[in-house]
Ligand binder design. Structure first.
Ligand code: ZN
Length: 300
């Protein structure tokens, strides 16, 4: 097992999707800078979605432009469609995450088209990217481990979509447990199968802790060879179109786990906990999750 991972903070995107208040652009940028300073090399900073759907991200262009100025940071952005992808590329994004759902019902609720239509649209996104320089495309496969609308999701379909993606020339596949239905045995099996199907293409894992299995699922993905993970500070997060979906695995708890395992994430945990304290002040009406802030890290 290589003992290095990339932990991508998704709080400023996934974490802010469901909150009722609009967080000031300046606070978002302070937060992003603070996490870059404690060692994050990748942060999902915003989402290029229609403002009518998620007004929280009306400042996407400004947030991205400022985040690009932070040395060593690769800011990534979420896009749900070709229009969002073009806007993001025009705004200078160097990494975009195109989201589609394995579950048809979730894809229709989230991006209002069939999964096959999203796959066809992704081909156009890749073609657009190929006309430009140095832009990476990740694809997030939402509901890879289950769907709150349909229930079980076909594992064969997950692998089949991953194979299609690999042929389309994208740079990373991110399997997301959007609604917290995954369990460790299933997570290990699906990542192992997808890895066989896509070869060397980097895989990432995105877990929500909706049912308390987030870090157990992360361990299973780690054992299956995954080295890229998403998390959100204070366990923020959720999907507006997945009933009952709650927060991502908490970044601080995840970094603590990596430290315990001797896995290098490059993140200063004590400094991160300071940012976590700030986050509680920035979002006074949000209920933050994560165990580590209260208990403190285990003594070495
Ligand atoms: Zn998510």
């Amino acid at each position: 097992m290589t003992d290095q991972v990339i932990l991508r903070e998704v709080g400023p995107r996934d974490g802010l999707q469901l909150i009722k208040s609009r967080l000031d652009t300046s606070i978002k940028l302070t937060w992003i800078r603070a996490q870059a300073e404690v060692g994050f090399t990748e942060i999902e900073v915003t989402s290029f979605v229609p403002i009518s759907v998620l007004p929280q991200f009306a400042d996407a262009v400004t947030v991205l432009a400022d985040a690009q100025k932070i040395g060593k940071l690769l800011p990534s952005v979420l896009v749900p469609n070709l229009r969002g992808a073009v806007l993001a590329m025009d705004a200078g994004a160097k990494k975009i995450t195109f989201v589609l759902s394995v579950s048809e019902s979730h894809n229709k609720a989230n991006v209002r088209q069939s999964t096959d239509d999203s796959l066809a649209m992704l081909r156009e996104v890749v073609a657009e990217r190929n006309n430009r320089q140095n832009i990476k495309i990740a694809t997030a496969l939402a509901t890879s481990f289950g769907c709150s609308i349909e229930g079980a999701v076909s594992e064969t379909r997950v692998t089949q979509i991953a194979e299609i993606l690999a042929k389309q020339g994208i740079d990373e596949i991110n399997l997301a447990d959007t609604v917290g239905y995954g369990d460790p045995v299933q997570v290990g099996r699906i990542f192992t199968n997808v890895k066989v199907a896509v070869g060397e293409l980097p895989l990432a894992a995105h877990f929500h802790d909706t049912r308390g299995l987030g870090l157990a699922n992360l361990m299973a993905a780690l054992d299956a060879g995954v080295r890229r993970f998403d998390s959100a500070l204070g366990g923020l997060g959720g999907c507006p179109f997945a009933p009952g979906a709650s927060g991502n695995i908490a970044t601080e708890d995840t970094v603590h786990l990596f430290n315990k395992l001797g896995i290098e994430s490059g993140i200063d945990l004590d400094a991160l906990l300071e940012v976590r304290r700030q986050l509680a002040k920035w979002l006074p009406s949000e209920k933050l999750e994560g165990r580590l802030l209260g208990a403190g890290p285990a003594k070495q």
